[in-house]
Ligand binder design. Structure first.
Ligand SMILES: [Zn+2]
Length: 76
């Protein structure tokens, strides 16, 4: 992909839409490694999830430590 000064791409899907994804940050309860994945429904901070496998130690329990919500820059 190429960008030119002063303007975004003039073809294809708008690249900015990819940046508007909400990201959930998880911390492994076994080894403390932090991981992130796309936000899923019912995610909330401090929730313990038992179906996320830690890529570092293989543990299956993590706690949600942060949720990143991108700001939409839309003018009303
Ligand atoms: Zn781990």
């Amino acid at each position: 992909m190429r960008y030119t000064e002063g303007g975004f791409m003039t073809w294809g899907p708008r690249p900015r839409e990819k940046m508007l994804q909400t990201i959930t940050f998880l911390k492994c309860l076994e080894c403390g490694a932090e991981n992130s994945r796309p936000f899923m429904e019912w995610d909330f901070i401090f929730k313990v999830v038992g179906n996320e496998k830690c890529p570092r130690c293989g543990g299956s329990r993590s706690r949600i430590v942060n949720i990143y919500v991108p700001e939409k820059k839309e003018s009303k």
